[in-house]
Design a binder for this molecule. Structure first.
Ligand code: FES
Length: 359
């Protein structure tokens, strides 16, 4: 089913570092099934800020089965949404919250051994993955390497320390700080390929010996760390990552292909299927993506990042052909199966049919 927004009440707001808060939402009993989630998934929050409809995705930090869902929101420089959440949002306010999405998920309930590599607010899904994994099986083990600028900027610092104490012997927690000297030189710097190699060399982590490695943080960190891990011989099958920003965000998006330009010149039409309802519209600009064209025609399709990263706009090409400007989230098997990201999709045929209900 396509994701849906429901209006939820903010039940708690709690500072989690010098520049972030954890925001919790009560889930009414009637909506619990809709908000059941897998550790690692995210919520898209939507509200009106200064007359503008704004939305952002934030990972769930709650353990599996929680009936109150919590997300971590770090203040981003010039970030309108994160600034609103950190400065203006109050307990008792309501917000539109999309049902959980995302495929950066960890399997729980098994004696799994996971290595979690996080930077900054990339810790949020790791909180959920770590707690859920350790709680769900008495033999499960988690090693978390977490990079920040300073101790004060460490999100969920107290909760992480409590978690480590609670699961002594099954959880290893390694803090890496870039702007605060620690006694052990190895713990200074950033979470990058060189640091991973150094930690492997002293036996602090064993990425080849674990069942899966989860990486979450800015795009550059993910690309660098994943390359470092594969250079160390870690199988790509074991690697799972979720990026907040594209590594090449400063680069221009590729222009529409000749086929896309031709399709629009021929009056290309797009039909979308959402919740079983079909709606059609025409494309008028080859550079305009399907999501933007749908919005221009008054259609409310699911989306969040609009940057090819979150997958909220994932749909399936069931007729016609299409291309994507960029894709930072769909895997090869998905593109091979015809899945595409509406926020990046341009039609390359005169008629394109996209199914948002395809699972
Ligand atoms: S809206 Fe995030 S990938 Fe399209």
């Amino acid at each position: 089913m396509a994701p849906k927004f429901h209006t939820l009440i903010v039940s708690d707001i709690h500072p989690e570092s010098d520049d972030s808060v954890a925001v919790s939402f009560d889930i009414p009993a009637a909506l619990r099934a809709d908000y059941a989630f897998q550790p690692g998934q995210y919520l898209t929050l939507r509200t009106n800020i200064d007359g503008q409809d704004a939305r952002r995705s934030y990972s769930i930090s709650s353990p599996l089965g929680a009936v109150q869902l919590t997300v971590g929101v770090r203040r981003v420089e010039d970030g309108v949404f994160s600034g609103f959440v950190n400065d203006a949002l109050k307990v008792g306010d309501t917000m539109k919250v999309m049902t959980p999405e995302g495929r950066f998920c960890a399997k729980t309930g098994t004696p799994a051994r996971y290595l979690l590599l996080a930077a900054g607010s990339g810790i949020t899904p790791m909180m959920s993955i770590a707690v859920s994994t350790l709680e769900s099986d008495p033999k499960a083990e988690v090693t978390l390497v977490y990079g920040n600028r300073t101790t004060e900027s460490v999100m969920f610092r107290t909760k992480l320390a409590e978690l480590k104490d609670r699961y002594m012997g099954r959880m290893v927690l390694i803090h890496i700080l870039s702007r605060e000297e620690q006694d052990v030189p190895l713990l200074n710097g950033r979470v990058d390929a060189a640091k991973i190699t150094a930690l492997v060399n002293v036996g602090a982590i064993d990425p080849k010996g674990v069942d899966a490695v989860f990486v979450c943080g800015p795009g550059e960190m993910i690309d660098n760390v994943c390359k470092g891990l594969t250079d160390l011989g870690v199988s790509k099958d074991k690697l799972h990552f979720e990026r907040f920003t594209p590594a090449d965000g400063s680069q221009p998006r590729p222009a529409a292909s000749h086929k896309a330009v031709q399709a629009v010149a021929h009056g290309a039409s797009v039909e979308v299927i959402l919740d079983g309802v079909r709606k059609s519209f025409h494309l008028v600009d080859a550079e305009e993506n399907v999501l933007a064209a749908a919005q221009r025609n008054g259609l409310d399709l699911p989306f969040s990042c609009q940057g090819g990263m979150c997958c909220t706009c994932r749909c399936k090409v069931v007729s016609g052909t299409a291309e994507m400007a960029v894709n930072y989230s769909l895997e090869k098997w998905e593109t091979d199966a015809g899945y595409t990201l509406a926020c990046q999709t341009r039609a390359t045929s005169d008629k394109l049919v996209l199914d948002f209900d395809a699972s």
